[in-house]
Every structure is written in C-alpha cells, then in structure tokens.
Design a protein around this ligand. Structure first.
Ligand code: UT7
Length: 319
C-alpha cells in the first residue's frame, strides 16, 4: 500500500516583481534574465509569512480533495524557509486549519517536495495513515541578498500542496544526496551564545550557478530513466514530466537528451521563478486546474537542489 493524489492546491503572493523592476535594483536586464533563465516575473511575499503561503495552498488542496482538516492523519511540509525554528511550518498549518494530527517539516532544499512524498509513502506503507497533507512552501525572498544579481533574479516565494489517500499510485522513486556545502549554501543566523567561536556568515543564498546547472542536467536524466525503469515504463509512456523549475535552459537540455516528447515537459518558471520545494506542486496544481490530467496518466516528478540533493518519482494520476 502507498498513496494516490486526492487533490492539489497552490498559492502565490499577489505582489508581482518583473525583470524590469529588478533591473532598477541591480545591474541586470530583462533580456539577460529571460535568455539565461526563462523567468519573466516572480511573486514576492509582502505581508505573508511562509506558513501563510502554506496554509492557503493546503486549504485549496483540501477543497479539491473534498477532505476536511479533521480527517488528516499527518501533515508534512517541505521547506527551507520556515518562519520559526519551532513550531515548524507544518505545525503552524495544522493550527490554522484546526487539524489535530501530527505535523512536521522536512528540509531537502529544492528536492524537498519529492523527498517528502517518499517519506509520506513510508507512513502509508506502515499503515499509519489514511489521509495526509503534503506541502512545499517557501519564502525565499527573506534569504536573498537583494544586491546579488546572480541570485535575487532567480528565487521567489510560493506554495503548493497535495492531499494523499491510500492507494497504489506511487509507482517508483529515487532519492540521492551528495554532501556538498560549496556549490549551494544558505547559512543560518548563528545566535547570541557568548561561548560560540563560530564566524557569522551572511544568511543568504550562495550559489555557484554553473556547477549546479551541469549537475542538474545529468542528475535529472539519470533519475528520470531510473524511476521509469523501476516502474516498468518506457519514455513513451510518460504523460507529463514535472521538473523542478530552476531554469528553463536546464529543462530544455534535459528535453534534448531524452526521448520523451518535448511537449510533455511542463513549466511555469516564466511566471513564478524558482520557488524551491514549492515549484513542483505549483506546476502539478496548474495542470490539474487546467484539466490537463486524465485518469491513468503517468507523471514523472524530478527535482535537484542544495545538499546536493536529487529526487524523482513516478505517480499515476487516479482522480
Ligand atoms: O534550484 C536549484 C538551485 N539553483 C539552480 O538550479 C541554478 C542553476 N544555474 C543556473 O540557473 C544558471 O547557472 C544561472 C541562471 C544561475 C546563471 O546563468 P549562467 O548562464 O550560468 O551565467 P554565469 O553564472 O556563468 O554568468 C555569466 C555572466 C557573468 O558575467 P561575466 O563574468 O561573464 O562577465 C555574470 O557576472 O553573467 C553575469 N551575470 C549577470 N548579468 C546580468 C550573472 N547574473 C546576472 C544578472 N544579470 N542577473
């Protein structure tokens, strides 16, 4: 026993920041950002915290699934930008929904949503849950150095969620971790301890973009091939590839290296930028809302990010 998806939801802050807006803040241009990343605009939270974004996505997913908060047996949230060290974002959502089930966060950067689905599958396999809420929510704008043009044009805020019920739709998965704090690193505030000799580092996203790019293309091709093989499927069986939305050129390179039809690769990075663990559920919800998903469709999710982590899985759409 594992799970099937009962409903999806998503939420992005209202405030739109365009490439032209950013070119007034740092030495960049709409042309550079569009050509190098595919991003045209992004949503940046103004008055909302990460748990507010997560809550809105969760409410929408519950409504789509026709599930009440008191039916949930567990809430998991993938995030690296929780507002509080404790309670977690998942717990804040539990409180806001008025649910009573256990709740916790999982940190695996941009692979977080796929990692969290795999953790969820374990709870279903052990018979511990019948219904679960899985969220990916980020307010990355709080972790950006808004004077660093290499990162502030890329990352953004948003949330996506799914409600899971018992089923057999989670067909295969692969998670990898390659311990590395050089290519992508986000230091935390080190605290006020008078005993600490640790050096304070700027609590902002540091990234060697080119290295992540190369890592991502190879990892995604390998992971997608492996999860398809595990599921007993071939590339022609795939209905949609839902890749982490980090860079349209990464998606294009993967597309060129694989034999999956090009139109099956989904993207909305143009509108939302890179929202880390929220990016895959944001695309999934968009496909669902647009009525593009048909019962029996095979969806391949594939993510990569800080860690360095990667995660991929095949889910059959059963709604
Ligand atoms: O979510 C998972 C984590 N992150 C990623 O997946 C990111 C993966 N990497 C990327 O998406 C790309 O590497 C970036 C979009 C981050 C950068 O694109 P790139 O084509 O790899 O550019 P680059 O870093 O090699 O920089 C090329 C040039 C440099 O100038 P010089 O040294 O050639 O004179 C940069 O200083 O572009 C410059 N540059 C910019 N110029 C205008 C960097 N950022 C900007 C900018 N506007 N925003």
């Amino acid at each position: 026993m594992n799970f099937e998806i009962l409903g999806t939801g998503s939420y992005v802050p209202e405030h739109v920041v365009t490439n032209d807006d950013l070119s007034k803040m740092v030495d960049t241009s709409d042309e550079w950002i569009t050509e190098r990343t595919g991003i045209r605009q992004r949503r940046i939270a103004v008055a909302e915290a990460t748990h507010d974004l997560a809550y809105e996505a969760a409410k929408a997913a519950l409504a789509d699934a026709n599930v009440e908060p008191n039916e949930l047996d567990m809430i998991l949230c993938a995030t690296i930008s929780s507002d509080l060290a404790s309670p977690s974002t998942a717990i804040m959502v539990q409180k806001m929904l008025g649910a009573t089930c256990p709740a916790m966060d999982i940190s695996a950067a941009c692979s977080g949503f796929v990692y969290t689905l795999d953790v969820a599958a374990g709870f279903f396999a052990r018979g511990k849950v019948k219904k679960m809420l899985v969220i990916g929510a980020e307010r990355l704008s709080k972790m950006l150095d808004w004077e660093d043009r290499a990162t502030c044009v890329i990352f953004a805020d948003g949330a996506g969620a799914v409600v899971l019920g018992e089923g057999e739709a989670y067909l295969s998965s692969k998670l990898t971790t390659k311990g590395d704090d050089d290519v992508i690193k986000i230091p935390n505030y080190i605290g006020l301890s008078p005993f600490s000799t640790l050096e304070e580092e700027k609590p902002c996203i540091n990234m060697k973009g080119r290295e992540v790019f190369k890592f991502a293309v190879n990892a995604m091709c390998n992971d997608v091939n492996e999860v398809l093989e595990q599921a007993g499927l071939n590339q022609q069986d795939v209905s949609y590839v839902i890749p982490h939305q980090a860079n349209l050129r990464i998606i294009d390179m993967v597309r060129r290296k694989m034999e999956i039809a090009p139109e099956k690769y989904c993207h909305n990075i143009e509108k939302y930028g890179n929202t880390s663990s929220a990016s895959i559920p944001l695309v999934l919800d968009e496909l669902n809302k647009e009525g593009k998903l048909k019962t029996g469709d095979y969806l391949v999710l594939s993510a990569f990010g800080g860690g360095l982590t990667t995660g991929a899985c095949v889910i059959q759409w059963t709604k």
